[in-house]
Design a protein around this ligand. Structure first.
Ligand SMILES: [Fe+2]
Length: 214
């Protein structure tokens, strides 16, 4: 969760970054992302942005574990108009709290691991992902979380509050008080859904994002 520390680590490890210039635009309006370590990983999508779907299954989906399905609607800054064409990038640890690697990772996958996925909202602002519930960092009391970066058409990418779990014992009152609610609350309330648990999070573009262009 600590973007500043990880940024410092990356600066000293000189991590190579994949160039994805074809998906970036110099015309994108700057957004004050507030220390967005690794946000450019959104450009490492193996599928071109214009071909992305609103739903994605992460690579761990078929493995044993607590299956998790998260869906929601992305709304424009007015808080009520569904936002189409928003790129969403997520990544998280496995159930042991490690960002797992297979050994051939390039770019930001060396830090984020291979449990990651990309989506693009449809005309209704809809997105959904399927994965296994992550665990807390080893030997820590850090709440388990799923990182998320978003990119709106014509704007720079920025991070919003991680997905966290309302029934996580590490999501204490103190931890909750630290949440910035960037893009709205990321706290997931779990609901049983057959062989999986389900949760919903709506995202509000620009909400609590300093310097967000009007
Ligand atoms: Fe993390």
């Amino acid at each position: 969760m600590n973007h500043i520390i990880t940024l410092a680590i990356l600066l000293f490890t000189n991590l190579p970054i994949i160039s994805c210039a074809q998906q970036q635009s110099t015309n994108d309006i700057k957004v004050d992302v507030g220390g967005c370590e690794g946000c450019e990983a959104i450009y490492e999508s193996p599928i071109p942005f214009d071909k992305l779907e609103p739903m994605v299954w992460l690579p761990d989906w078929t493995l044993p574990g607590q299956k998790l399905a998260v869906n929601g609607t992305v709304y424009k800054a007015d808080g009520k108009t569904p936002a189409e064409g928003v790129i969403i990038y997520i990544y998280h640890t496995d159930h042991t709290g490690v960002y797992p690697q297979k050994g051939d990772e390039k770019g930001w996958a060396k830090r984020h691991g291979y449990l990651r996925g990309w989506m693009k909202t449809d005309k209704n602002g809809f997105y959904k992902f399927f994965t296994l519930r992550p665990g807390s960092y080893p030997d820590s009391k850090n709440p388990a979380h799923i990182h998320i970066t978003i990119k709106e058409p014509g704007k720079k990418e920025y991070w919003i509050d991680e997905f966290v779990f309302d029934n996580d014992p590490f999501l204490t009152t103190t931890e909750r008080s630290r949440l910035q609610n960037r893009g709205g609350s990321g706290i997931l309330t779990m609901k049983p859904g057959g062989s999986m648990v389900k949760a919903e999070r709506n995202i509000y573009l620009g909400k609590n994002i300093p310097g967000y262009p009007k």
